[in-house]
Ligand binder design. Structure first.
Ligand SMILES: [Zn+2]
Ligand SMILES: [Zn+2]
Length: 275
């Protein structure tokens, strides 16, 4: 009986497809980098971030924290691609509109739960200190982060972030049916590139079309890092911060916003140096 149950699970799992997706998720950004770096603004952004990162890695405590997070991140990724994604993938052809809609749903579904975790577990979200503030405090040691700092995390946070993303795909696939493998590859790359980019330092020159929105995204996450009491808790978009009143352009939100309003000095919001 148990063997039948096990073999029926094994038959349903698309392990080869999941392995292919993993290769694509790791390989495509590595190859795309060559094309992206043909754009002078992206080359300049990389130079700026490498310059800051070079100083970061000279600190004795820096690399051990990076490596520990990387190790647990790889382990969590392997877990997701072995035990969750094989049951969420298909190669059945789907219309483009459906794939685009699925990508939107996956990223916004994840971002909603990440928003809640980040606001209420990692920060004081308005109902008192979150129980995991001590975990998240590691990431917030960086008050003006660079791209590399996106992985400067307590490993509990690394596993929670990735685990939440994997669980979001699993839950949605259970409700909506399997996703096309290309949908999962593209959203996974978007998820990790957005997380990296939020920490990018960008120069003032990049504050122009078509890079303006990218600059604004990273500026808003730098606002979040500048003070532990700042807003901007979502990671993929700022929609939930706008919806729930935690959108913060540097002047704080909620209780902190009112306190700041009492200050006469400009820049009371502790505007970060984002680029
Ligand atoms: Zn935070
Ligand atoms: Zn961050």
């Amino acid at each position: 009986m148990e063997t039948t149950f096990l073999s029926s699970i094994l038959e349903r799992g698309e392990w080869l497809l999941s392995f292919g997706a993993l290769i694509a998720v790791l390989g495509i950004p590595a190859l795309a980098r060559y094309v992206v770096l043909l754009v002078p603004t992206f080359r300049e952004t990389r130079r700026l971030n490498q310059e800051v990162a070079a100083k970061q890695v000279t600190k004795s405590f820096y690399n051990p924290i990076q490596n520990r997070s990387k190790f647990w991140g790889l382990l969590t990724t392997a877990f997701i691609f072995t035990f969750i994604l094989p049951f969420c993938l298909t190669l059945e052809p789907q219309p483009i509109w459906q794939m685009l809609l699925d990508m939107f749903i996956i990223l916004m579904f994840y971002d909603f739960f990440y928003y809640l975790v980040h606001r209420f577990l990692f920060h004081d979200g308005g109902f008192g200190p979150g129980p995991l503030m001590w975990v998240h405090a590691v990431h917030h040691q960086q008050k003006n982060p660079c791209r590399l700092d996106s992985n400067y995390l307590n490993p509990i946070e690394t596993c929670m972030g990735l685990g939440l993303y994997g669980a979001s795909i699993g839950a949605l696939a259970a409700m909506m049916g399997p996703f096309h493998v290309a949908t999962i590859v593209i959203t996974w790359i978007a998820f990790s590139e957005i997380n990296l980019h939020n920490h990018d330092r960008m120069s003032e020159e990049s504050d122009r079309f078509p890079f303006k929105y990218l600059k604004y995204m990273s500026f808003m996450h730098h606002v979040h890092h500048a003070r532990f009491t700042a807003g901007n808790f979502a990671t993929i978009s700022l929609f939930y911060d706008w919806l729930f009143g935690t959108y913060d352009v540097g002047q704080g939100w909620g209780k902190n916003k009112r306190e700041n309003a009492g200050n006469s000095g400009a820049g009371a919001g502790g505007k970060p140096v984002a680029g």
